[in-house]
Write a protein that binds this ligand. Structure first.
Ligand SMILES: [Zn+2]
Length: 172
């Protein structure tokens, strides 16, 4: 770990739901746990997983600061992993779970990868582009449209993000 970037201790614990009921909350808890991993590396706590046929084929968290890469968002990293796992850039039938509504870049990537569904926890009225600030999924001429579900585990995911920024402000 880069010692020049001391981490703020994360006061939140990971949550491990039963494996028996693999519903939207189950997968979102996995994304939530990755968001905690992000915090532990002093990254903005956003996590994502991709599910296909009941299996998690990709799991990633935001790594923008550690990689100094503006595209290293959780969703982009997860989409890359999933494409590698499937052996195709088309992620037909797959669902992305992410703890915050995708930004313009990531919303575009979810469309371009032909995902079936996107499920997000916290809506983002500032930069969210799947219904929050605007809706790229509603482009009238596009022939691919995603199914969208919003607000799954919104409360714990929002608490995590808010607490992180609050501590960061105190530190600065
Ligand atoms: Zn993004």
């Amino acid at each position: 770990m880069d010692s020049s970037r001391p981490t703020l201790p994360c006061p939140f614990e990971k949550v491990f739901p039963s494996q028996l009921q693999r519903d939207d909350e189950f997968y979102m808890w996995q994304a939530y746990n990755l968001a905690i991993d992000a915090w532990r590396q002093d990254e903005v706590p956003i996590g994502a997983v991709i599910e296909l046929n009941g299996e998690i084929i990709a799991a990633a968290h935001n790594q923008r600061d550690s990689t100094r890469d503006p595209t290293a968002h959780a969703e982009i990293l997860a989409l890359g992993q999933a494409a590698k796992a499937v052996g195709d850039w088309r992620l037909t039938g797959a669902t992305l779970y992410v703890t915050k509504e995708p930004c313009p870049m990531c919303s575009g990537a979810t469309l371009m990868s032909r995902l079936k569904r996107v499920v997000y926890a916290v809506p983002d009225p500032k930069m969210g582009c799947l219904g929050g600030a605007t809706d790229l999924n509603g482009l009238p001429q596009s022939n691919h449209h995603l199914e969208i579900a919003r607000g799954v585990l919104e409360k714990p995911s929002l608490e995590l993000i808010r607490a992180y920024f609050k501590l960061k402000r105190l530190e600065d």
